[in-house]
Ligand binder design. Structure first.
Ligand code: 5AD
Ligand code: SF4
Length: 482
């Protein structure tokens, strides 16, 4: 009974927060209208995203609120309001933000009405806040990952303050539902199914900046996707740092596979994708649900990180080389047409050329359809930062060898599809050649084919006629599937 009461209170609390934020969106709208009459035009805003799909989805939420408040969205950083949604997973992401901030500062000198805001993972690091305070005093608003739902309220504070507004939380258990979002594509959308991560891989800063794992209630997820389907969305991407552990901490626990079954039933949704899967938590139940599904895409992103059991242990990944290989075997046996992609880190502390050989061995055996390869980046506060680092020349040499192996096997896999007719979702008009469309196959591969703008958003059969390394060119092969 008590538990039920607590659940209801939480729900009401969440709903109340949604209403509060909608109120602040209106209030921010008053400031935007005042600015508009001063400028004699609609003020513009630009949301720049760094990093992963989670950030891309957060940016859609930021854009939704800005648009509701009366801003016109643009990609131009000369806009009246610019917000950077930052990433800190590797140091080069941080450096890019600092580099571009300098430029924003000079734009702001020319336009005193301009407002600049920073949010996202990088802002959860105290050293970053210190540096911005010291060197980029012109920034008007800074907030982190846990209070992004308060963006409308923070906007109002920004308009009412002549100093930098800074609001960073260390943690939250709040999940605020049903705030507006402005989708980049009308026919596909990302959906957060969980937030945070509990895995603490020893190189990774995500658990520190995104907090502990929290799953959304399945009813809220299903309701959101039903509304998206009514609005014309045909493909959903379920987002979480480790979707395979979805639902473990819910009041009534459920598995990720069960959630997929519920989403599969939603009319209008034709494709379901998800990322990311941690190999240690990938269940047989999930493999079976994928195998039997007509909607779940034939693609699994399964980060390997390293093929050396010794390094995997130091990374705190909780699987061995052999366990990863047999998991892949099991998946490919059950679902032969699945494509498997991965992430690999080179240069983790203590990694030797022999460890890289082990990783290359896994690459050659698995034959990944695609792999993102990263040079290890030391992140302050993570256990690996205190370990002995590898010399840059050794890292470079290992990286080049790995990249070659990855490219060879990916090409080999891609070539297997030559001549097949497969369904592609037409996503956009090709920038280089506007008579062509860019489509995405169920297995996540890109195919370019001739077709008009009116086909964007449709799923069409395409014959893959020419393999160009990692993508295909093709031609429409008959009518669209209903
Ligand atoms: N250095 C390099 N790559 C990293 N990743 C995460 N942390 C680091 C780091 N410190 C990579 C992992 C992860 C992907 C999103 O980013 O491969 O899967
Ligand atoms: Fe980082 Fe590991 Fe969590 Fe992925 S699973 S976000 S790599 S800690």
């Amino acid at each position: 009974m008590n538990q039920m009461r607590q659940q209801i209170t939480e729900k009401l609390g969440g709903r109340q927060e949604t209403l509060r934020q909608l109120y602040f969106t209106e209030k921010a709208g008053e400031y935007v209208r005042a600015l508009s009459s001063r400028l004699g035009r609609k003020p513009t805003c630009c949301v720049t995203t760094f990093g992963c799909q989670m950030n891309a989805r957060d940016s859609e939420k930021l854009s939704g609120i800005l648009e509701r408040a009366g801003y016109e969205l643009t990609d131009d950083e000369g806009a009246d309001f610019v917000i950077y949604n930052t990433c800190t997973v590797r140091d080069n992401a941080n450096q890019r933000v600092y580099g571009r901030l300098g430029h924003l500062g000079s734009l702001k000198k020319k336009n005193p009405d301009k407002r600049v805001a920073l949010c996202g993972c990088m802002m959860q690091e105290p050293s970053v806040i210190e540096k911005i305070r010291k060197s980029y005093g012109f920034v008007d608003l800074i907030f982190g990952t846990h209070n992004i739902y308060k963006f409308a309220e923070l906007l109002v504070l920004m308009f009412e303050s002549d100093q930098t507004v800074i609001d960073i939380w260390e943690e939250t258990d709040q999940i605020v539902e049903e705030l507006p979002a402005e989708r980049k594509y009308s026919f596909k959308s990302g959906i957060n199914i969980m937030f945070g991560c509990n895995n603490f891989c020893s190189y990774c800063i995500v658990p520190y900046v995104r907090g502990r794992e929290r799953s959304r209630n399945p009813e809220d997820i299903v309701r959101e996707i039903e509304a998206l389907a009514r609005d014309g969305v045909v493909e959903v991407m379920l987002l979480g740092q480790n979707v395979n552990s979805y639902g473990k901490n819910l009041d009534s626990p459920m598995s990720f596979a069960q959630l997929l079954l519920a989403i599969e039933k939603i009319e209008g949704i034709q494709r379901i994708r998800f990322m990311t899967s941690h190999p240690k938590d990938l269940s047989d139940e999930l493999i079976e649900v994928m195998k039997n599904s007509k909607k779940i895409c034939r693609h699994l992103h399964l980060p390997l990180q390293s093929g050396s059991t010794r390094i995997l242990e130091r990374m705190n990944r909780r699987y061995t080389k052999e366990q990863y290989l047999s998991l892949v075997d099991k998946i490919r046996n059950r679902i032969p047409d699945i494509s498997i992609t991965t992430d690999i880190i080179v240069g983790f502390p203590g990694e030797t050329p022999e460890d890289v050989d082990e990783t290359i061995d896994v690459v050659r055996r698995v034959k990944f359809d695609n792999a993102f390869t990263f040079i290890y980046s030391r992140r302050t506060g993570t256990p690996a930062a205190a370990m002995e680092q590898v010399a840059p020349e050794t890292v470079r040499e290992g990286f080049d060898r790995l990249l070659k192996a990855v490219q060879d096997t990916a090409k080999e896999r891609a070539a297997l599809l030559n001549g097949q007719v497969l369904d592609a979702l037409a996503e956009e008009v090709n920038e280089q050649d506007p008579s062509m469309l860019n489509g995405r196959l169920s297995n996540n591969m890109i195919v370019h084919f001739k077709g008009g703008r009116e086909l964007v958003g449709r799923i069409l059969p395409v014959r893959l006629t020419q393999c160009c390394g990692f993508y295909y060119t093709g031609e429409l092969a008959g009518k669209e599937h209903e």
